[in-house]
Ligand binder design. Structure first.
Ligand code: HEM
Length: 388
């Protein structure tokens, strides 16, 4: 083969100044530029290495976003088969499961993603709390998170009724009777929600409108706000035990460090979710029958705690005072005075200690709460740690 002639001098001079073309030349470069642009609208260009460690966030916030996407995708598909009426709802779900290609699978994915989201959002809240990330400047984002948790519970609850089977009918009846224990507003609020004094076709229409329009809109607005605030408030980070970080946190570029983790994690979770949904079907009882209450009538699993409280306390305490106190405590949490000085250290291992050596075990420490912005004093317990 003849050797290639060298490029003209001017081209060589230009290439010596700009190594890569300033504007994308190939389709591949154009696609990459557009994708990177999109990613950098959602994420900052650089993130602290420690803030994206698995052991710090466990990927729970991202997992919640992924589950929301799965819920919206499968929810839209379900709408093609579902009929929101007292007479036809149950039959349409049975037809979806037996006559529609992949209908059972799509219902399973929707059902399990919704239930999993409730657990994931709860765990994410715990992770935020245990790393002290709810403190200044993220107090407001904590409140947005609580709103999201409320929307997740409401989304699951309204969706539960839609198949119009015995499980659903009686779970909503139980929840309606619990609401009646709330002083003053309990009764009118309950009746407004279910569109009358008993669960009926009007309840199904109300719940359907909430489930497919208002709650997803709420997620869109509050969820976008939440993620925007994560960026604006800056990612919280685990603080080093020795507190010595003279050069500031080590930063890495979002592409590829964060994005590659997100993609791998999303693919693994999707594979697991698909696997689970292939083998475990979403429950469906017999068609709702208002004259045949099952014994015992059970609330949905996430309200069973409240149902249990009713067995042990006066109903006003079990259904109102304890839940209301819990909500007020959660809202107030980021503003309470700080008594623990440390932030963001869940687990730390003494650096350099050989596996199995006593220092290695001794260096583990769990610290909870504290401020994320004011530079806290070294916790007293640290003095006892082996030198790192
Ligand atoms: C549908 C529910 C939720 C979604 C989709 C969501 C999404 C996210 C995402 C993507 C992040 C950044 C990554 C991470 O820290 O893992 C994040 C951070 C955060 N979330 Fe949530 N979240 C939800 C619920 C909650 C709840 C229930 C709370 C607390 C009540 C909360 C409070 C926060 C706070 C304070 C941060 C900043 C944490 C930090 O910088 O370390 N979120 N959320």
């Amino acid at each position: 083969m003849d050797p290639q002639p060298p490029p003209p001098l001017l081209k060589r001079v230009r290439a010596s100044i700009w190594r890569a073309p300033l504007r994308p030349r190939t389709d591949r470069d154009r696609v990459r530029l557009a994708m990177n642009d999109l990613i950098l609208h959602l994420h900052p260009p650089r993130v602290p290495r420690a803030a994206i460690a698995w052991s710090y966030t466990f990927g729970l916030g991202g997992l919640a976003v992924l589950l929301l996407v799965v819920l919206i995708g499968t929810g839209v598909l379900l709408m093609f088969a579902y009929t929101p009426s007292e007479q036809d709802a149950y039959a349409s779900v049975v037809a979806l499961e037996t006559e529609v290609w992949f209908g059972q699978m799509i219902r399973n994915l929707h059902h399990w993603s919704g239930n999993l989201l409730l657990i994931v959002a709860g765990l994410h809240m715990l992770r935020v709390f245990y790393t002290g990330a709810h403190r200044s400047p993220r107090e407001f984002n904590w409140q947005l998170g609580l709103l999201l948790l409320g929307l997740v519970a409401l989304g699951n609850f309204t969706g539960y009724l839609l198949p119009w089977d015995q499980l659903a009918y009686w779970a909503v009846t139980v929840a309606h009777s619990m609401l009646a224990y709330v002083p003053l507003i309990g009764d009118p609020l309950g009746d407004l929600l279910i569109g009358g004094e008993e669960v009926s076709g009007a309840t199904l229409r109300n719940f359907f409108a909430l489930h497919v329009i208002l709650i997803p809109l709420g997620f869109l607005v509050v969820g976008s706000f939440h993620i925007w605030r994560v960026r604006k408030d800056k990612f919280s980070q685990p603080r080093r035990l020795d507190d010595a970080d003279p050069d500031g946190p080590q930063m890495v570029t979002t592409i590829p460090h964060l994005v590659s983790r997100e993609v791998v994690f999303a693919l693994v979770v999707l594979a697991l979710l698909l696997g689970w949904s292939s083998f475990v079907d979403a429950p469906l009882g017999s068609a709702a029958n208002p004259n045949d209450p099952p014994n015992p009538t059970k609330a949905a699993w996430y309200f069973m705690g409240v149902q249990e409280l009713l067995l042990h306390f006066h109903p006003t305490f079990g259904a109102f005072i304890i839940p209301a106190f819990t909500v007020v405590a959660l809202v107030a949490l980021p503003y309470l005075p700080e008594d623990a000085p440390a932030e963001g250290i869940l687990v730390s291992v003494a650096a350099g200690a050989a596996p199995g050596s006593p220092e290695r075990g001794a260096g583990r420490l769990a610290v909870v709460g504290g401020s994320c912005c004011a530079k806290p004093a070294k916790p007293a317990g640290l003095a006892a740690l082996p030198a790192q």
